[in-house]
Design a binder for this molecule. Structure first.
Ligand SMILES: Cc1cc2nc3c(=O)[nH]c(=O)nc-3n(C[C@H](O)[C@H](O)[C@H](O)COP(=O)(O)OP(=O)(O)OC[C@H]3O[C@@H](n4cnc5c(N)ncnc54)[C@H](O)[C@@H]3O)c2cc1C
Length: 398
């Protein structure tokens, strides 16, 4: 197996986590910025596809690492995991930023010629050392090292002067871990929109240093002037999910937003049946679809065994099919893990009234990790980071 192949499913994610845990201390902190290129291990965990679809949760990753290392030794790794939690919370408190990205992307797509600079960037045919290889690596493998993602986004925006939303869209269509919050907000951070005025400039020296001299691109932009946009507005309160009625027979709806539903639903509802939706319409690219399809089959087998109920796996679902699945198992309630901002949340918002008209309620259960951390994603990462030790204590990590 090359390191850039990601074995689907929770058990493969747990194997990867267990293999990584011994390296989560000093080795990670000192080596994480180096991108050794495709096919080489490097210091990072490559857990992102499993974490993205919650085959393995942030809480499990942090628990495994802190069982082996002191908080001081694992501080850097835990902070990186918490970057994901922070991005998810930040977008949850400002859902309009996702809507704005989708609108910008659609407008740019309509106005940009599909040939020329955009096509050359996506095909890895710009002549820029490193950048072209990363474009091809992304398409071929579905993954890039974090530093390569930063260099790529910076060169896309400041050297090639292409619209950031189309770069974010290119990533969404190819990353196996494509995620509404982590991807959109990271691109915005590079562009100087997320922390207004603060941009990320990729330099030849930095690229050469952290690629072990493989690349030293010439002609990169020498300055990165922040992009501007209308104000985003302040953070809203975290929405309260509609909790399930534990006495009602329920259909468990599983989506790519949480493929380990038994750890959040067990005890909250009487599960009479389940439908696992691989979500072809809710994902942006074929690499992600392939990973989720294969993972969904394993999730279905697990929840069938846990709840002793029939489980269907489908590629997509609409309100009528969901209602039929609920009726087939005698459920008057559909229960699903909370879906954060993105296409699944949009679909659920459409399903709820259609189900309600037929007397079926849609209830969601949010993970305690999210409820604990997300409300603190009101400002930048650094004030959030200050709270991490206290919040980890509240979460039960001494
Ligand atoms: C422009 C850009 C786009 C990105 N798009 C995505 C995306 O769509 N989906 C996605 O999951 N990540 C995204 N990231 C974040 C990051 O690059 C990946 O999560 C990381 O490369 C995953 O590698 P790893 O699992 O080896 O991480 P490790 O370094 O081993 O970290 C462990 C886990 O922490 C989380 N994490 C680490 N760094 C970050 C970070 N900077 N932001 C958010 N979470 C982090 C991931 O879940 C990761 O699996 C993006 C970053 C940039 C700069």
């Amino acid at each position: 197996m090359t390191t850039t192949q990601f074995l689907p499913g929770r058990s493969a994610g747990l194997d990867r986590l267990n293999a990584f845990v011994p390296r989560a201390g000093h080795g990670y902190a000192t080596g994480r910025n180096t991108d050794p290129g495709p096919g080489a291990d490097g210091a990072v965990s490559r857990l992102s596809p499993h974490v993205r679809y919650r085959l393995v949760t942030e809480a499990e990753v942090v628990a495994a690492v802190l069982a082996r290392h002191s908080q001081a030794a694992a501080e850097k790794f835990v902070q990186e995991v918490l970057w994901r939690t922070y991005w998810k919370g930040w977008l949850e408190l400002r859902p309009g930023v996702w809507t704005r990205f989708c609108e910008d992307r659609d407008r740019q797509r309509d106005s940009m010629p599909t040939t020329g600079a955009l096509a050359a960037a996506e095909a890895g045919a710009t002549g820029i050392d490193g950048f072209d290889d990363w474009a091809r690596e992304l398409v071929a493998t579905g993954w890039l090292h974090n530093h390569a993602r930063m260099w790529f986004a910076s060169i896309w925006i400041f050297t090639l002067r292409l619209p950031w939303a189309l770069g974010a869209d290119f990533f969404l269509r190819h990353l196996v871990d494509a995620d509404a919050a982590s991807n959109t907000l990271s691109w915005r951070w590079v562009a100087g929109l997320q922390t207004p005025g603060k941009t990320y400039l990729a330099t030849a020296d930095n690229i050469a240093r952290y690629t072990d001299g493989r690349y030293a691109p010439q002609g990169l932009a020498q300055e990165a002037v922040a992009l501007v946009e209308p104000p985003v507005g302040s953070a809203a309160a975290l929405p309260m999910p509609a909790a399930p009625d534990p006495r009602r027979a329920s259909l468990l709806l599983v989506t790519p937003e949480d493929l380990h539903p038994e750890s959040v639903i067990a005890g909250a509802a009487v599960v009479a049946g389940a439908v696992v939706v691989a979500g072809d319409d809710w994902l942006w690219g074929d690499t992600a679809r392939g990973f989720v399809h294969a993972s969904a089959a394993e999730t279905a087998a697990r929840i069938g065994a846990q709840f002793g109920c029939p489980v269907d796996v489908v590629s997509r679902i609409d309100a009528a099919a969901l209602l039929a699945a609920a009726r087939a198992c005698g459920a008057t309630q559909v229960v699903t893990p909370y879906a954060p901002v993105g296409p699944v949340a949009d679909a659920l918002a459409q399903f709820a009234p259609a189900l309600a008209r037929e007397g079926v309620t849609l209830a969601t259960v949010r993970r305690s990790w999210d409820t604990l951390f997300w409300p603190h994603a009101t400002k930048g990462f650094f004030p959030f980071r200050e709270r991490i030790p206290a919040l980890l204590r509240t979460a039960g990590f001494a």
